[in-house]
Design a protein around this ligand. Structure first.
Ligand code: COA
Length: 249
């Protein structure tokens, strides 16, 4: 069986690839755990200086696996591997570049607020249909998105669930560079190599000064998770998960 997350090191750059194309890279608990492990290891390694998170052609990530949501709603509870990953993502020391092609849904979009640099294909779309699923935005996005893009645009994305094209995401300050689909990964890797070539100590200081609010981000992740846990159990959310899983093509 092919691993749903692969981790390879290219010189000083660690490439974390979501690799579950048959489910558009919807994230399972095991995938969260694997990503967290790869990020922690990168932090502990002197040899790794930057990361890239990438998907597959046409799918960066379709969000949390809705079957897992339904299982959580049906009594399993929210698995600890998801908040553990979010904490690791928010606390990590090494910069992370995202390479986005195709869909970035839910956590596939909110991850981007934690990245240091984002490369997207012209056809990439970012969307967060949380409220339509009876849920609220997560991953610290209720704090980070208004800071990044202003309240009005954050409300439209996170609450109204209106998607962003790559161009809109660039205008909103989420995406740095838009390239052809075929060039997304090479461009992201080049940016990561550029970051990796910077003096590591000064990079760490500059980055930590720019992201100094991370305790606040962790608090927000936890506050969101408390509501999220409760909302997962609602009839509204359960019905939305079941409707997605039962939909006709
Ligand atoms: N959880 C579980 N399975 C998912 C999934 C998710 N988040 N996203 C996609 N899949 C599965 C589909 O059920 C389908 O599986 P199947 O072939 O066994 O039926 C497969 O991935 C391909 O998805 P499909 O919907 O056929 O692809 P598409 O290109 O038409 O649409 C999306 C892609 C991402 C727009 C669509 O799948 C979607 O809306 N997914 C749900 C996104 C979501 O709401 N995520 C949670 C956010 S909080």
């Amino acid at each position: 069986m092919t691993a749903a997350v692969t981790v390879t090191d290219e010189g000083a750059v660690r490439v974390i690839r979501l690799n579950r194309p048959e489910k558009k890279n919807a994230l399972t608990h095991a995938m969260y755990a694997e990503m967290a492990r790869a990020l922690r290891e990168a932090d502990d390694s002197d040899a790794i200086r930057c990361g890239v998170i990438a998907g597959v052609p046409g799918a960066f990530c379709a969000g949390n696996d809705i079957t897992d949501f339904l299982n959580a709603a049906s009594g399993g509870g929210l698995d600890s591997r998801t908040p553990e990953f979010l904490h690791t993502l928010a606390r990590r020391q090494k910069p992370l570049v995202a390479a986005i092609d195709g869909v970035a849904v839910g956590v596939g979009t909110t991850i981007l607020f934690h990245c240091d640099h984002v490369v997207a294909s012209a056809g990439a779309t970012l969307s967060t249909p949380f409220l339509k699923l009876g849920l609220i935005p997560e991953a610290g996005s209720t704090l980070l998105a208004p800071m990044r893009m202003g309240y009005a645009r954050a409300f439209s994305l996170l609450v109204m669930g209106r998607p962003l094209t790559a161009t809109e995401a660039k205008d909103a300050g989420i995406v740095n560079t838009i390239v052809d689909s075929a060039d997304v990964e090479a461009t992201a890797l080049k940016a990561a190599q550029e970051i990796a070539a910077l003096p590591p100590k000064t990079l760490a200081v500059a980055r930590s000064l720019m992201r100094g609010h991370f305790d606040e981000v962790i608090k927000q992740i936890d506050a969101e998770a408390a509501h999220f846990r409760e909302l997962l159990q609602s009839d509204e959310a359960r019905a939305a998960f079941a409707a997605f899983l039962a939909r006709k093509k």
